[in-house]
Design a protein around this ligand. Sequence first.
Ligand code: MG
Length: 270
Amino acid sequence: MGKIYIAFLACLVISCKGDAQKTDTTTKEDTEKIIVHQEYLGDEPTTPEGTEFYEPVPPTVVPGANGTPPSDAIVLFDGSNFDQWVSTNDSTAVAWHLNDDGSTTVKDKSGDIQTKRNFGSMQLHIEWRSPAEIQREGQNRGNSGIFLQNKYEVQVLDNNDNDTYVNGQVGSIYKQTAPLAKASVPSGEWNTYDIIYHAPEFNASGDKIKSARVTVIHNGVLIQDHVEIKGTTPFIGWPKNPAHGDGPLRLQDHGDNSRVSYRNIWVREL
Ligand code: MG
């Protein structure tokens, strides 16, 4: 093990001597990479079987067809009821509209809704649409939002022919990170968000020691690529970083009759 490591470093030194440019570009990270590589492999195997592992065996997950949940998903909304949800205002029953087509539509000024259950890191699938009938402009057209752990908003907005500040447009981490692309379908049609979220970590003193990160795929298009979430996503002010544990998933009633609808919401815990 040690021999290979020494040989590796020796090669590095030799190549550095022969090429001044390489000396300059050898970083601490490069050295660490070499060490990790060497520790993982140990003495280099000399047979094909030496690099073939049979445990631990990953679980089998039966994928859903056409956006339906995979076999190990926690179904949060399938159109039949609000059993998994409460009103954010007062923890009473959800007042949003339950539609015949398996969706729910925000009931204006009834407040946000949130899951009864708390989540940490997760894979989230959620579908949403803004009304086909166009109303108002900017942030007041088809505005809702998906708050991860009740704190970090992935923006939902009808941005079609409707510009706004880019870090508040559809698919943004609200007031933080603009999406890499605007990938919405026409107003009135169903959008999908597939979100991979890694929760932040805090130490015993309540200081953040690891930021949350999020990846968002909008209608199959990568729009947030493992982006650092800098903190909460307020309308006014900088992101804040209060210590927290697992939290509910919350959906926004923007309070301006935006009439955004949701359907087919499921989570896989990570
Ligand atoms: Mg919003």
